[in-house]
Write a protein that binds this ligand. Structure first.
Ligand SMILES: *[C@@H]1O[C@H](CO)[C@@H](O)[C@H](O)[C@H]1NC(C)=O
Ligand SMILES: *[C@@H]1O[C@H](CO)[C@@H](O)[C@H](O)[C@H]1NC(C)=O
Ligand SMILES: *[C@@H]1O[C@H](CO)[C@@H](O)[C@H](O)[C@H]1NC(C)=O
Length: 476
């Protein structure tokens, strides 16, 4: 067998192969058979409304970066370069490359199976697939960065002639379109929702949203304990303790996750803030507390982790007042969030100002309650699933305007319809429990014209996930 016949980019060949396997079982079916049945689908949408500040930042950022040079084939090819050097390995294995052609989304690399399965990646793929079923998407190529941090590889070094000049390790060292779930000033990654935390786990944003009524009934505001509660793992963001985040007097902000674990011991009447495993005032070790129990506290203390906190999104739903530490990294909807409207900031004036904020909240209960309600309303209205899908659609639409070439599977070594990759993830033992794939596969996957019949594509895809990354991506 020629090597090229194994390439799924000749997708049609694989389809015919798949049909041949399936065909005998449907041969006997009469006219109007179940196999041919297609549910009605609405026309794909071409517009949707979003919060003004969110769209404004998105458009401004994209225009600043791509308006001059556009998204050209050289830059996108550099996303697909072989990783031969150790120094570039990171850029290869942390990016899921994607292509859109005639409304169909394709993955143009297959992730190595070791370390594969993080919801950071899977959640986005699920959400992107849903977007592609609801909205008309432009032809486009881009990558999704699934590491915790917005990539240092996409730090911009813009000049007047080349606004896309960047730390990207591959020639021409210009920024390809890369999406990430967090970014920071000076970085060119385009920020998208942390879809994994929004929709995959048992305590996802979407699940908490569905439990919101019960939480509010079980613990109305008046019955919540007037204590600032915070529980987190010990990751300290890389930007604390330096010049990136400073107090008003210019001195560096310490890592709140560490600092508050100690500060709390001097103020146990007001706070219960500790990193997991840290010794509590009573001597016990701090264990994890599920989000759907944390709403029993009237004040929730939020700290960023290695990157933005995915829990911050969820705290918004709980109906308690959020105290948020100053940070450096931001998420997709942060431009629309306002201090003292949606949350109360701390680590602003000095290390211990959280105590003053809790004192303020206790003394101004009505105002604190209003801020808590505004946060909840904001989340329900602007972070729900349809709002997220709309955001992703708008981002991809904006990117599409800067495309300078025609996308084609012929240009890529790998070109597998996203629906098949999702079906693979939904079946493979290492990933099949990691997200609620059926929400999209049962709704759109079964009669998706880009899908192979049933599970006929699974084995080929498994083999390719196991084998191909070794030589295609230089992984050792
Ligand atoms: C994107 O917008 C934000 C807010 O206006 C700004 O801080 C950031 O530097 C912009 N990023 C780029 C790459 O233009
Ligand atoms: C807690 O109180 C002790 C004793 O007054 C003091 O030495 C320590 O610095 C305080 N710790 C914090 C984090 O405020
Ligand atoms: C969900 O978000 C959309 C878009 O922002 C909004 O129109 C809709 O009202 C929201 N749904 C709920 C239940 O708030």
């Amino acid at each position: 067998m020629k090597a090229s016949s194994l390439r799924l980019h000749s997708w049609a060949a694989a389809l015919i192969l798949g049909l041949a396997v399936l065909f005998p079982s449907v041969r006997g079916a009469g006219p109007g058979s179940i196999a041919n049945h297609k549910e009605w689908r609405p026309e794909k949408r071409t517009t949707c409304d979003l919060l003004h500040p969110v769209i404004e930042q998105l458009t401004k950022n994209l225009t600043a970066i791509f308006a001059k040079e556009g998204i050209n084939i050289e830059v996108v090819d550099s996303l697909h370069n072989k990783c031969e050097k150790e120094a570039t390995m990171h850029a290869c294995i942390k990016a899921q490359k994607l292509m859109i052609k005639d409304g169909v989304v394709y993955v143009t690399n297959l992730m190595p199976v070791n370390g594969f399965g993080a919801v950071e990646l899977i959640g986005f793929l699920v959400e992107l697939y849903e977007v592609s079923q609801l909205y008309k998407l432009p032809d486009l190529e881009f990558a999704y960065w699934h590491d915790d941090n917005p990539p240092a590889e996409t730090n911009l070094k813009p000049t007047a002639e080349a606004p896309t000049a960047a730390s990207w390790p591959f020639p021409p060292h210009k920024l390809p379109p890369i999406l990430a779930w967090a970014t920071f000033p000076g970085n060119g990654a385009m920020v998208v929702p942390y879809s994994g935390a929004f929709r995959c786990p048992k305590d996802s944003f979407d699940v908490l949203m569905s439990q919101m009524n019960d939480m509010m009934m079980e613990a109305p505001w008046d019955q919540r304990e007037k204590v600032g509660f915070g529980r987190w793992n010990v990751f300290c963001a890389w930007y604390y303790g330096g010049t990136a985040v400073t107090f008003t007097d210019g001195s560096p902000v310490p890592c709140p996750r560490e600092y508050l674990s100690n500060l709390y011991k001097n103020h146990t009447d007001k706070m219960l803030t500790a990193a997991l495993g840290h010794e509590l005032a009573g001597g016990a070790k701090a264990g994890s507390v599920p989000l759907n129990e944390q709403y029993k506290y009237r004040y929730i203390v939020s700290t960023d982790g290695w990157s933005i906190s995915s829990k911050f999104d969820k705290y918004l739903v709980l109906g308690s007042l959020i105290l948020k530490a100053r940070g450096f990294v931001y998420g997709w909807y942060y431009p629309a969030m306002e201090e003292w409207v949606h949350y109360v900031p701390y680590m602003v004036k000095h290390k211990d100002d959280i105590i003053e904020m809790i004192d303020w909240a206790r003394a101004n209960d009505d105002e604190a309650h209003k801020i808590a309600q505004a946060a909840q309303t904001f989340a329900l209205r602007n972070l729900n699933r349809s709002a997220r899908l709309c955001y992703i659609f708008r981002l991809l639409s904006e990117l599409g305007k800067h495309m300078k070439y025609t996308t084609s599977c012929d240009k890529r070594k790998v070109c597998v319809p996203l629906v098949e990759e999702l079906k693979f993830l939904a079946t493979w033992p290492g990933t099949h429990r990691n997200c609620k794939y059926d929400e999209v596969l049962s709704t759109y996957g079964r009669d998706d014209p880009a899908a192979l019949p049933g599970d006929s594509g699974y084995k080929v895809l498994l083999k390719r996930h196991e084998d191909e990354p070794h030589h295609v991506w230089g992984r050792r």
